[in-house]
Structure formats: structure tokens, C-alpha cells
Design a protein around this ligand. Structure first.
Ligand code: AMP
Ligand code: ZN
Length: 112
């Protein structure tokens, strides 16, 4: 098993845990782009949003709900952004579906 995020989930690569439940794990991004920058990943290995099927819809909702719950636990009164980079043009660099939760500063739009 060569997936970086699967190794983080199983604990063979260290990470700074923020939240976990039976379906997902959230940890601090190693290269933060904002004062709050964490990743929410499903325990199931799904390569990207493009590979998620109808069977994954409850899981996708769970991930979004977890991101919102984590955001509520942070001090982000002015809002935040949830991003799912998908594929090469989407800027995805790790082939295991993940949500970025970014906040703590104004975030520009459109992204680069
Ligand atoms: P993406 O470019 O959307 O695939 O996002 C991958 C993210 O994983 C990047 O923001 C990286 O900084 C982050 N990342 C890579 N390796 C690690 C690691 N070992 N621990 C935490 N975050 C990581
Ligand atoms: Zn994986």
C-alpha cells in the first residue's frame, strides 16, 4: 500500500490529528496556506472526487459535515473555505480524496 494518506490514517506516517470518527480522519496540513489549514480524508481509499460513485454519496455528505463541525470548533467567525482539488487540472497532488479546510484570513477568488 503506497498511498500517503492511507499511511497517515493507519498511523505509519505521523500527523497532527484534529478529528476522527469511523468514516474519516482530519489532520493538519504539513504546508499550511492559512492560519487554519487541515485535511479531512475518508478512511476508505478513493482516488479523487472523480472516482466517487453514487454509493459514496453518504460518505461525501459525512466528510462535508465533518468539515463544518471542525470549522465550528475553530475560531472562524468570518468564514472559511472547503476545497476539493481533483485531478491534474484541479491541482490534486495526493491521490486519496481529501477536503481542504482553510480559514483565519481572507481568501482570494478566483484561485490561481
Ligand atoms: P492536494 O494538492 O489538493 O492533493 O493536497 C495535498 C495536501 O497534502 C497539500 O496541501 C500538502 O501540503 C499536504 N500534505 C502532503 N504531505 C503531507 C503530510 N505528510 N502531512 C500532512 N499534509 C501533507
Ligand atoms: Zn489512500
Amino acid at each position: 500500500m503506497s498511498c500517503l494518506f492511507c499511511k497517515i490514517i493507519e498511523g505509519s506516517i505521523p500527523s497532527a490529528a484534529i478529528y476522527q470518527d469511523e468514516l474519516c480522519y482530519a489532520f493538519a496540513d504539513i504546508n499550511p496556506q492559512a492560519p487554519v489549514h487541515l485535511l479531512v480524508v475518508p478512511r476508505e481509499h478513493i482516488v479523487s472526487l472523480a472516482e466517487a460513485g453514487k454509493d459514496h454519496l453518504p460518505l461525501l455528505g459525512h466528510l462535508l459535515g465533518a468539515a463544518a463541525e471542525i470549522a465550528r470548533s475553530k475560531d472562524l467567525p468570518k468564514g472559511y473555505r472547503v476545497v476539493v482539488n481533483t485531478g491534474e487540472d484541479g491541482g490534486q497532488t495526493v491521490g486519496h480524496l481529501h477536503l481542504h479546510l482553510l480559514g483565519g484570513r481572507p481568501l482570494a477568488w478566483p484561485p490561481g
